[in-house]
Write a protein that binds this ligand. Structure first.
Ligand code: NAP
Ligand code: MG
Length: 400
């Protein structure tokens, strides 16, 4: 075997849960460490360790990414009320992704991995479409209230050292629900800027979509800030030949489905959450969707867009063979290695990331793939590779 590629600086590695964790360990042991000499600063974000540390381990991992700039994360469970009981957890821990996003801010980019022989479900999508999702605020940090009965609902804001300002919301004539959410101009501006930079770096048009006609203050603020930042950086955008298009979100949905692709679509937090699953399904499989959190501080955290694939894990625990797609997790590693290579100026690390990605695509093109992709190719589930079989095939191709 040729000597291992040396990575100059550390990568923060975060392990996770269930089937995603099973794949994670295989990828590290079969595709990364045999080929790459890299110092990993490892954090176990698996639910047991989070429980033992009262979730301090997640906050520590986020701090480590701030210091080291590049992180790679395995999917983790966000425990449900039932899981809190089942697993005997101290409390219902917050989603680790939400904690990390809260610490780093910025945007999450969801990008499909295009495999030539796997046709996208939405036929018009010939080129990559990337979704950029705002990483903080809105319903993810909202306060909700169960309204017990008739009464007046108000929003109260008390400026620092000033008198409270009250805004009436509604006079309710019965029980119901209420919610208050917010966002910060600085966070929206940082989001707009990472999107503009990313569009310039990948030379694709930038869309932003929201519902400013209905949400005339909240969504309108996003629209205004995007327009201001696009104007401020118009020279850069022009030089790169990039167009900025604001669309009303319902119009954008209609356009997207018949569009040939090749653009970056920026969306508010919730819209981005929903659209990225639509994108994953439309391109083929959740196993082919990558995700990277880009923070305004220059940090990058890579992961697969899918979760811990619980149903497959149940089968794995029952001793049955599984056929879970590891491609998005492998690309999380290649994303982190490529970024490390870019930041460190080590072209051989970038080349290794490219070589591993090519080995994955070539393995699938040569006919070895997991069940989700077999079905898309019109083959039977039975002819599919096992979880480990696929990773072994990639490893052989990489070594050969
Ligand atoms: P999921 O793990 O993404 O799985 C949903 C379904 O999608 C699977 O049952 C499977 O369908 C298919 N799928 C997803 N990834 C696949 C892969 N790599 N290969 C093949 N099929 C794949 O979502 P979930 O079941 O809703 O969530 C499970 C846990 O993950 C939850 O605790 C959730 O909180 C967590 N989660 C974590 C993250 C993260 O850490 N980034 C993200 C999302 C969810 P079939 O069963 O039909 O084969
Ligand atoms: Mg989601």
């Amino acid at each position: 075997m040729p000597s291992r590629v040396k990575v100059k600086n550390r990568i923060v590695e975060m392990n996770g849960d269930e089937m995603a964790r099973v794949m994670w360990d295989m990828i590290r042991e079969k595709l990364i460490t045999p080929f790459v000499e890299v110092e990993l600063r490892s954090f176990d974000l698996g639910i047991n360790r989070r429980n033992e540390t009262d979730d301090r381990v997640t906050a520590e991992a986020a701090e480590a990414i701030k210091e080291d700039f590049v992180g790679v994360k395995c999917a983790t469970i966000t425990p449900t009320a039932e899981q809190v009981k089942e697993l005997g957890l101290k409390r219902r821990f917050k989603s680790p992704n939400a904690t990390i996003r809260g610490a780093l801010d910025g945007a999450i980019f969801r990008r499909p991995i295009i495999i030539p022989s796997i046709p996208p479900g939405i036929r018009s999508w010939e080129n990559e479409i990337t979704i950029a999702r705002h990483g903080s605020g809105d319903i993810y940090e909202a306060v909700e209230f169960a309204v017990p009965g008739p009464g007046a609902l108000k929003l109260v804001y008390t400026p620092l050292g000033g008198a409270p300002i009250e805004t009436p919301i509604a006079n309710l004539n019965g029980p119901g629900v209420a919610m208050a959410m917010c966002n910060l101009d600085a966070s929206i501006r940082a989001f707009a800027n990472v999107c503009i930079s990313q569009a310039i770096a990948s030379r694709v048009d930038l869309w932003f979509a929201a519902k400013h006609t209905i949400s005339r203050v909240y969504h309108e603020r996003f629209k205004t800030i995007f327009a201001e930042e696009v104007k401020r950086r118009s020279n850069e955008l022009e030089a790169a030949g990039i167009e900025y298009i604001y669309r009303l979100i319902d119009d954008a949905v209609a356009q997207l489905v018949k569009h040939p692709g090749g653009m970056l679509v920026a969306l508010m937090n919730y819209d981005g959450d929903v659209w990225s699953d639509l994108l994953a399904a439309g391109f083929g499989s959740l196993g082919l969707m990558t995700s990277v959190l880009v923070s305004p501080g220059g940090q990058f955290e890579y992961e697969a867009a899918h979760g811990t694939v619980s149903r497959h894990y149940e089968r794995h625990l029952a001793g049955e063979a599984t056929s879970t797609n590891s491609v998005a997790s492998i690309f999380a590693w290649t994303g982190a290695l490529r970024k490390r290579g870019e930041l460190d100026g080590t072209s051989e690390v970038i080349k290794f990331a490219e070589r591993l990605e090519r080995a994955v695509v070539d393995t699938i093109e040569a006919g070895t793939m997991t069940a989700d992709l077999s079905l898309l190719r019109g083959r039977t589930k039975e002819s599919a590779a096992t979880t480990e079989g696929f990773i072994d095939a990639v490893s052989r191709r990489l070594a050969g």
